[in-house]
Design a binder for this molecule. Structure first.
Ligand SMILES: [Zn+2]
Ligand SMILES: [Zn+2]
Length: 359
């Protein structure tokens, strides 16, 4: 079957309701205290149970002096060592066994899915639902990726959407490329992140036993899944040297997944067009999508955070959507939320920057 037919076939069970309602956060208080409709933001309500990842434009940074940066030296040293090890790993790539190279790529893909299909599209945005075997796979893959446990990742990410590009956004891109890329992990969190992050509704995550189980055993689990296992397998099964196993399959692979994810927060907030909403900074960046297996359609994603594809399209430079669709074909993923074409086009017309190409 040609790819586009297969894609349509697998897409046949999307949820695309067309009820036009008004998300609560978009209501504006007018002068006499009456709620007034803000028609500019009226959007399809395709995910009524989750609202705490919808941008709240009413939240603004308070005036006044900014708090001093407090460096977290432990993270600076560990991150420095990781990147030195990864750079050394690059020099070892030509002398690696082919299986080690394949193992590294395999580990990269699986751990990337643990972030994109797991922590991001499932646990942060609830843009689709997953049955237990898939959630089990995703929590293991997510542990392989070591980017904080899924609960913490989702909390930070909901704050990133709701309070986008304010001090309450953990990786506020207004503080520059370096801060939004990695700097935010090397300093103490801004007090606004803690304050506003604490106000988010995370009851769905607290109620999910698997997510809380990962959180409880996170440190030993990461040690095994992100460091020990990827190093031991090539060394034990095909006689790779310990040095090649550690520096290529583990350190280099881990550093690449980290940087690919961070580029979504840095590059995709700075470089690219804004066809869906020119009033926000996130942008469409195909290169980021390539590295981050489908997460670079960032103007779309911040405009419609509840769309399971994180893109207007489905399999276009989007391995994560391909993966979720395959899981749906197996009956392991369901209730995939997709914004209707009409709603997208209406939004493009209303707030786009004019770069939109239909097709
Ligand atoms: Zn973003
Ligand atoms: Zn997101």
């Amino acid at each position: 079957m040609p790819a586009h037919l297969l894609q349509d076939e697998m897409a046949s069970s999307y949820t695309t309701t067309t009820t036009i309602t008004e998300p609560p956060s978009r209501k504006l208080q007018n002068g006499d205290g009456k709620l007034e409709k803000n028609l500019l933001y009226a959007e399809e309500d395709i995910r009524p149970e989750m609202k705490d990842d919808i941008h709240d434009p009413s939240y603004k940074d308070p005036e006044g002096p900014k708090p001093k940066l407090v460096y977290v030296w432990r993270n600076i040293i560990l991150m420095g060592l990781l990147h030195l090890g990864a750079l050394y790993g690059i020099t070892l790539v030509p002398t690696c066994k082919v299986y080690t190279w394949l193992w590294g790529v395999f580990y990269y893909m699986i751990s990337a899915l643990g972030i994109t299909a797991g922590a991001h599209r499932l646990w942060s945005h609830r843009s689709y639902k997953a049955r237990l075997p898939l959630r089990l796979f995703l929590i293991i893959a997510n542990t392989m990726a070591f980017q904080n446990d899924a609960y913490e990742w989702a909390r930070d990410h909901r704050a990133h959407h709701k309070f986008s590009e304010t001090d309450a956004d953990p990786h506020n891109a207004r503080r520059g490329f370096f801060f939004s890329h990695v700097g935010w992990l090397l300093v103490r969190k801004h007090p606004a992140v803690k304050e506003k992050g604490g106000s988010l509704d995370l009851s769905d995550l607290k109620a999910e036993k698997l997510v809380m189980f990962q959180r409880r055993y996170y440190k030993p689990a990461v040690l095994v899944m992100c460091f020990i296992m990827p190093t031991l397998v090539p060394w034990y099964f095909w006689g790779e040297t310990f040095q090649h196993s550690l520096c290529v399959a583990t350190l280099l692979r881990y550093a690449i997944v980290l940087n690919a994810t961070w580029l979504v927060n840095s590059a995709a907030h700075l470089y690219g067009y804004r066809p869906y909403d020119k009033t926000i900074n996130p942008r469409e960046n195909l290169l980021v999508s390539l590295g981050a297996v489908g997460e670079g359609f960032h103007n779309y994603h911040h405009t419609f955070p509840y769309d399971y594809s994180a893109s207007e399209y489905r399999w276009h430079i989007n391995f994560t959507t391909f993966f979720i669709d395959c899981m749906a074909a197996l009956g392991l993923a369901y209730d995939r939320k997709k914004v209707s074409k009409e709603a997208v086009l209406a939004r493009v017309k209303r707030t786009g920057d004019g770069s939109y190409k239909s097709g």
